[in-house]
Design a protein around this ligand. Structure first.
Ligand code: HEC
Ligand code: HEC
Ligand code: HEC
Ligand code: HEC
Ligand code: HEC
Length: 334
């Protein structure tokens, strides 16, 4: 078997040399010294780990979400493997010719490093302002962050010209660290982000020991089916020093409270014709929507916590405080 693999690799290497005679060499891949291909590409222990990661990744939304066709210059750095790598290396956004989903080589560089260390864990400066520094989770924060506010809410009224004004679908890193929601008073919010100070943050909760190809590990998902019913995968929550035992994520009813606040806020925003039923800004025929600063802030905050999709788990105190303040700010007079 091993002989076969070696022969194949020699053949592959020969082919590469032959082909490269006729081509200009544009990229040299440096394989770290002492790296043996067989550390990873074999049927032994380490091989199992790679296969398991692959099986889990295959079932993940990173692999299956299908949104890697969002490969324009303002999207590809988060939505494609090629765009992310180019952005990390050059700081420029590209429109890749052959886009592929967020995969092994997006997060790791095994053929350069010779191991599964992360491609980046440099702290992230959010495009919407603020910074994120939580070790390995910095990788995730590159993409799972809110987009820049454009325009900012600064005057007493704001003119919106896009039905998609707001934080985008990905504000998890901002919320985890309590940054980016609009405040209605000068002091801002008193968020004490316990979950936002967990070392390696995202990874501790989302990459707990894999539950088959349904949750944890390289699936990154938090729920699974158990005898046909949806269940919460609490393995990460029950890590040492954290919660001793949890039935589900709705600890102290936090998710219920957040869901209720989102419902109320969403109702007021739709009732005032600020958002439509799809949660897009309800731009009238002339394509501009003029709303008060409080309405805009409340709408932003609503989308911020809706798109976060953890129903408050990423930062319970912050979610409850921001959403309550937003409801108060736009609640119609009785
Ligand atoms: C640190 C682990 C690691 C080492 C060492 C390693 N590889 Fe890989 N290699 C991977 C992973 C992970 C994949 C992707 C596997 C997958 O998608 O199933 C891969 C994929 C490949 C592929 C398939 C093409 C592709 O890009 O997906 C080839 C060919 C390959 N490796 C050759 C080599 C050769 C030759 C060496 C030795 C010089 C080597 N690898 C060393 C981890 C490694
Ligand atoms: C290169 C950008 C990028 C990086 C890095 C990244 N993600 Fe993602 N992530 C995405 C995109 C884009 C999607 C949606 C994919 C789609 O819909 O096609 C996604 C989807 C997800 C989902 C599934 C969301 C759903 O819709 O159910 C989870 C969970 C997730 N990522 C967690 C993480 C974690 C944890 C990390 C860090 C270990 C991470 N991601 C790193 C871009 C990234
Ligand atoms: C800063 C990184 C980033 C940029 C830039 C970005 N996205 Fe995303 N986008 C994400 C992440 C991360 C997700 C996955 C969030 C999730 O599933 O919870 C996502 C999700 C999406 C989704 C799926 C929504 C859903 O509910 O399934 C669409 C569609 C999308 N993005 C379109 C775009 C388009 C179009 C652009 C460019 C104009 C763009 N994105 C730019 C990070 C980004
Ligand atoms: C979205 C980012 C992301 C993608 C995509 C990804 N990984 Fe990982 N991988 C991680 C992170 C984060 C860790 C944990 C590293 C740490 O804790 O320092 C990890 C760890 C690993 C490890 C070490 C053992 C383990 O499971 O913890 C292996 C092996 C591995 N990945 C293989 C793969 C392979 C093979 C693929 C593609 C099929 C892949 N990874 C895709 C982020 C990713
Ligand atoms: C304290 C644990 C914890 C941390 C830390 C954490 N998450 Fe989550 N996250 C959750 C839970 C729990 C849910 C799911 C809530 C539910 O399904 O009811 C979730 C939901 C999500 C979702 C929505 C899709 C899904 O899988 O349900 C995304 C995307 C996500 N998290 C990404 C991230 C990213 C990126 C980070 C780091 C910036 C992060 N999370 C940090 C626990 C955590």
């Amino acid at each position: 078997m091993r002989g076969k693999i070696i022969v194949t690799l020699i053949l592959a290497a020969t082919l590469f040399v032959m082909v490269s005679c006729e081509r200009e060499v544009t990229e040299t891949i440096v394989v770290a010294e002492n790296t043996e291909c067989f550390t990873c590409h074999n049927d032994q222990d380490f091989g199992d780990e790679v296969v398991a990661a692959k099986v889990q990744w295959d079932a993940s939304v990173h692999a299956t979400g299908g949104n890697f066709e969002r490969d324009g210059t303002s999207c590809s750095q988060c939505h494609t493997n090629e765009g992310f790598k180019a952005f990390l290396t050059t700081g420029e956004t590209i429109n890749p010719e052959n886009p592929s989903p967020i995969g092994c080589f997006t997060c790791h560089a095994p053929h350069t490093e010779g191991d599964f260390s992360l491609r980046t864990s440099i702290p992230v400066d959010f495009v919407a302002g603020g910074t994120f520094d939580l070790g390995a989770a910095n990788l995730c924060a590159n993409c799972h962050q809110a987009r820049a506010h454009s325009p900012m809410v600064e005057a007493d009224t704001i003119i919106l010209t896009s039905s998609r004004w707001g934080p985008h679908h990905s504000p998890q890193a901002n919320i985890l660290t309590g940054q980016g929601a609009y405040a209605f008073d000068v002091d801002g919010y008193d968020s004490s982000p316990t979950h936002g100070s967990i070392p390696d943050g995202c990874i501790k909760c989302h990459m707990a020991e894999a539950y088959g190809a349904q949750a944890g590990g390289h699936v990154f998902g938090m729920t699974y089916l158990y005898h046909g019913s949806d269940a919460d995968y609490v393995a990460g929550c029950e890590a040492e020093g954290c919660h001793s035992e949890l039935d589900d994520f709705n600890h102290d009813g936090v998710q219920d409270s957040v869901a209720m606040l989102l419902d109320t806020l969403g109702f007021y925003l739709q009732d005032a014709s600020i958002l439509d039923a799809d949660h897009l800004f309800d731009l009238p025929a002339n394509d501009t929507l003029i709303i008060t600063a409080d309405e805009a802030k409340a709408a932003f905050n609503f989308l911020f916590f809706l798109e976060d999709r953890s129903l408050g788990i990423h930062n319970p105190a912050y979610a409850l405080e921001v959403l309550s303040a937003s409801v108060e700010a736009i609640k119609p007079a009785p």
